[in-house]
Structures are given as C-alpha cells and as structure tokens.
Design a protein around this ligand. Structure first.
Ligand code: AGP
Length: 612
C-alpha cells in the first residue's frame, strides 16, 4: 500500500510532488522516488528510506519540470532497496512508471519478456508490467495509452499506475483497479493522489477514479475512459476537509494529536444523529434498511485489524440489546471461505480507510450472493463506502498515525448508535434502558477528556514498563475486545510482543507465561464480571505477575491487588469500551516514545492495507 502523487500544470512539479509524498508517507516508507519531464526527457530520482532521505540525496540537482510523478513504497515484491524503489524506467528509458498494488501474474509476464530478451534492474512486479506495456507499444506501433489498455486486459491483480514518457509532454496517464486514486481539479493544473491529502491545499474539487478506468491528465484537460476505450464524464465532488486536519497542530506526533482529538471526534460521530433529550437517533442509512435489520436473525460483521476489534465489541452490543445472532469475521480469512450468505442477509462492514483490499473483496463476494452491505467507514468517497448499499460515516476526520485510535472510538459510537436504533425499532430494549444509554453516550466526550487530563500518570506507568519483553492484556465480556485492541496498539507502536486474551481462559494454559517479569494489563472496569475479574487478578498476583489495571474510578478492591491502576469515570458497560481503550492507546504511545521509536510510522506497517 504505497502512496502515489502526480502533478501537471504551470507550477514546478517537484515541490508539489515531494510535499504530497510526505503527506502520504503513512501509507509506506520503505523507499521514495520522483520522475519529472524535463525538456522532452524523463528524469528519475529514487532512494531507499523516507522522503527526507530522497530530498537529501537529490540535493541541488536539476528538479525542473511542470509535470511529475512521485511514489513512497511499502515493499511487496523485492526488498526495500534503491533498485527496487519506484519510479521504474522502461527498457528504452523513455517511459517512467509508479505503481500501488500487486500484479499477481507478473511471473508469467516476466518469462514472456525474458524470452524476448528483456532483462530487469529490479525484483519488482512493477518493472515487469512497465516493460510489458512498452513491448506492446513497440509491437503494435501504437500510443502509450493504447498499449496500456491492451496490457491491462492481460493483467491480474490490483493497481494504480501513473506513467509519464518522452513522447507526451505535460501528460500523465493513469489507470486504476483495486487501489485508490483521486484526481484534483485545479485551474490549468491537475493533481493525482492515493487520497486527497496531497492536493488539499491547492483544490477542493476532486474526482474519485473507479475500477477499470483510465485517466489521461493534462494541465487543462482531464479525460476519463473505461478499459473499453469509452469516454466517461468525470464526476467532480467537493472535499469537506480543512488543511489543519492534516497538520500536527503542535503535537509531537499525529498519533498523540489523534488520541487527544477524541473528545471532539467522538462528539462529531454522534452529532446530528443522537438527541438524548428527545430520545431519538437519526441515521438515514440505517433507516433505509430498517425492515431488513429488524427482521434479520443473523448479522455478519466483516473487518480487519482494529476495525475487527470494533466488530467484536459490536457483537456483544447487538446480541444484548437487539437479541440477534452476530458473527464477526476477519475479512482477510472470510474472503477465501464459502460462507452461507443468502439474499437479504445483512453484512455490516467496518473500515477506517475504506480501502482495505481483503475487506473489499469479502464484501464484493457477499454482495454477489445478494447480501445487503451496510458500511461503517471513515473516509468519504472511499471504495468500501461506494460499494456499500448504505451506511454511516464515522466523522473522525483524517487519521494519519498508522495505529488507529480516534477512528476506533468513532466506530464504537456509530456501531452503538446503529444497535440502539435497531433495538428501539425492534422493541427489544426497554424505554428506560434505551433512554439511559442515550444519556450515557452523550456523556462520553466529557469522560474521555477527563481521562486525557490524567495522561501524565499513564506516562509514568509507561516509563516503568518500557523495557518489558512481553505483555499480556486480559479482559472479560466487552473488555476482552479492548484487551485485544490494547495489545495490538502496543505491538504496532513498541514492537513488544503482546497478547490479548479472555481473562477466564488464562487457567486453561497461558497462565504458564506468568512470572515476575511479565506485565499483565487488566481491563477491569465495573460490570457484570467484576467479581470474576478480581479473582483473575489474584490468580496472576499469586504467580508474582505485575498487574496494571484499568478500573472504574474509586474501585478500591482492584486498586488493592494491582501494582498500578489507571482510572476512568463510571460508565455503562455498553459504552465503557469507548473510554477503556484510551489509556491503552496512551500506554502504547508513551512506551513507543520512551523507546525512541517512530510512533507515526512504525516499521513494516502502513495505514491502509490496499494489497492482499
Ligand atoms: C490499526 O491500528 C491498524 N492500522 C490496522 O490493523 C487496521 O485497523 C486494519 O488494517 C484495518 O484497516 P481499515 O479499518 O482501514 O480497514
């Protein structure tokens, strides 16, 4: 899941492309590169490492040109290195190409080209596709656009590719299937990007390119075509996001900024939807499919990573107040299974980016079988949003830190609102409970701020345990999913091995791990399992484990038996996950920082997993 940027217009392309790459660096940071059209020739610069390393490497060399493309890489085929960096140059040296995605049949194409005498400078699938396109251009004596269309009919896999060459000055040719591509429309200039962040400061007018579409982009012209060479009228949409949303705003890291934004983003995810006083929830997407939701005897939730953890919390909520069976499926596995899905079955798909390849394919398969897809998505206009029949945006704003934080709590809010609305429509919840939960939801932003104001105490705990080799995270009921999420955050940010586990399962094996060097984090807020969790903590203490407990403020019983406690305000167990996760986000952040790690761009990760 690389980041791609393109510019053609009247301004110098290099500074715009480099700035765009920095905005997209959360998508991958194994290497970076740019290609510029200079005096009818293509000029390439590329380097292993981050965009800053590329800039340093370029130094004072000639970066003139008003048309350019740029790439920041998350390695799939070929290890991170200078020679595997993008852009790649064709055998003739006349065409440069960048690519985000995976060409699945590249080995077959490569052997065909080998037989024609081609050799390769890199191990990438991208260079193979590029030379395959050039070979078709030469054999058919046709235009680059025509050669691209012919080539793509032979390609399997996912791609966004951008090409520039010697013969078409001021022109960028692009194609999309499976990976995201946005085109920004300016005055005598156009911008291309994996998302809108590289173009936000120049234009708010964008076109979302769909699968199997090609774009021929010039400063004053944008032509969209399908792979059958038929013209498509570009549908220009207006972006509803401000530049400040993608700046650090005085915080050391985007992750910390996004954690501290949660009182506002949690409020934003319920704004215009929740009216606790009137006792109403307004969600047009859900309303549209209310009949199917009310009648559904089974709801399937599909997601990956942190979004999957949000699905696990939602499972408990739907089960409890909607009295419906819920299955939570990991999309990365579900897409390869042959699940029993029939017409009218309801699938709730959860995705922050809306571009996760495994999740996209899983819902495409389900849609083919007649399922109704309700999306809970953060990125407006993303593929999953467009694939869903209806749904709700989470309104958490742009999330740049690779470890998802504010998007997760916003997902929990939206899923809880959907469950409450369905329960109310079904009459499976008492009026009194319904009203109480609306009031509990409304109080969450303030309670989140209360926790954040006590971040210093969490920082001290992080300092104490930063050198631990392993961590265990335990919880029961709703808190089990939060234990999983806490463990994922620590893994992502600190590279410490951490495992989330149902607390009651410990005695069936994992308790063997416990000794006086193992920190065990308990998500132990007051709920129906409270007494049980007290016994679980005692079992760990009996084996000298070091216990850090997230508790409901004033819980003496657990404070007495824990080494460290992190308090949160009292809250109903259905909404408490929106609060209990915040201390765990901060704990992982402060441990990552204490270990001098790049918490915004953790190694081997990327924000949006657009390849399988
Ligand atoms: C979470 O911190 C990770 N970045 C990752 O697990 C993420 O949740 C997963 O890739 C799913 O992404 P999505 O919500 O954008 O679909």
């Amino acid at each position: 899941m690389c980041g791609i940027v393109g510019y053609t217009g009247t301004k110098q392309a290099y500074p715009i492309v480099i700035k765009g790459l920095k905005r997209l660096e959360y998508r991958g940071y194994d290497s970076a590169g740019v290609a510029l059209q200079q005096n009818g020739k293509v000029k390439l610069y590329k380097k292993q490492g981050q965009v800053a390393d590329l800039e340093e490497n370029i130094g004072t060399q000639n970066v003139e040109g008003t048309t350019g493309i740029g790439h920041t890489r998350w390695a799939t085929h070929g290890e991170p290195s200078d020679r595997n960096s993008h852009p790649h140059l064709s055998a003739s040296g006349k065409i440069a190409m960048i690519h985000n995605g995976i060409i699945e049949n590249y080995a077959q194409l490569k052997s065909e080209l080998h037989r024609k005498g081609y050799t390769f400078n890199s191990d990438t699938d991208t260079e193979v596709l590029l030379n395959f396109i050039e070979e078709i251009k030469i054999q058919n004596d046709c235009s680059l656009e025509e050669a691209l269309r012919i080539a793509l009919k032979r390609v399997t896999g996912a791609y966004v590719i951008l090409l520039i060459d010697d013969e078409n000055p001021d022109t960028i040719i692009a194609a999309r299937k499976g990976s995201p591509l946005v085109i920004g429309v300016g005055k005598n200039e156009h911008f291309l990007g994996s998302d809108a962040s590289p173009m936000l400061e120049y234009t708010k007018e964008v076109v979302y390119v769909n699968d199997y579409e090609l774009a021929i982009v010039k400063p004053d012209e944008l032509i969209l075509k399908n792979i059958g060479n038929e013209k498509i009228t570009p549908y220009i949409q207006k972006l509803d996001i401000e530049l400040a949303a993608i700046e650090k705003g005085g915080y050391d890291h985007f992750m910390l900024k996004e954690i501290f934004e949660q009182p506002q983003t949690i409020f934003d995810s319920m704004r215009g939807r929740l009216d606790a006083k009137a006792g109403t929830i307004t969600m047009s997407g859900v309303q549209q499919y209310s009949e199917q939701l009310i009648k559904a005897n089974r709801i399937i939730i599909v997601a990956c990573g942190t979004s999957w953890h949000a699905g696990l919390v939602a499972e408990y909520i739907f089960e409890e107040i909607c009295r419906v069976n819920v299955e939570v499926e990991c999309a990365s596995d579900y897409r390869y299974r042959n699940p029993v899905i029939n017409k009218g079955h309801v699938i709730i798909v959860i995705s922050k980016s809306g571009e996760t390849a495994d999740t996209i394919v899983a819902i495409e398969n389900a849609k083919e079988k007649g399922a109704i897809i309700l999306g809970v998505v953060n990125v407006v206009g993303s593929s999953i949003a467009r694939l869903s029949h209806a749904g709700a945006y989470t309104h958490a704003g742009h999330e740049i830190g690779v470890a998802s934080t504010k998007a997760f709590t916003a997902q929990l809010v939206v899923l809880t609102l959907i469950a409450l609305k369905v329960a109310y429509m079904k009459g499976s919840i008492s009026n009194e409970r319904y009203k109480k939960l609306l009031a509990e939801l409304e109080a969450i932003p303030e309670k989140a701020a209360w926790i954040l104001n006590r971040h210093e105490s969490i920082k001290k705990i992080a300092e104490k345990y930063k050198n631990a080799r392993d961590f265990l995270y335990l919880g029961r009921g709703y808190n089990f999913a939060i234990a999983l999420e806490g463990a994922l955050k620590l893994k992502e940010i600190s590279y410490i091995h951490a495992e989330g586990y149902p607390a009651a399962e410990m005695k069936h094996g994992p308790i063997a791990l416990v000794d006086d060097e193992l920190p065990v984090v308990f998500v132990a807020t007051k709920d129906a399992y409270h007494e049980k969790i007290v016994s679980n903590i005692s079992e760990i203490k009996a084996r000298k484990g070091m216990v850090i407990s997230v508790i409901t403020e004033g819980d003496e019983a657990i404070t007495e038996i824990s080494d460290d406690v992190i308090s949160i305000p009292e809250a109903d167990e259905i909404v408490a996950p929106m609060l209990t996760v915040i201390p765990l986000q901060l704990l992982s952040y402060y441990i990552g920082v204490a270990k001098n790690l790049d918490v915004d761009k953790p190694r081997n990760l990327a924000k949006s997993v657009t390849v399988e």
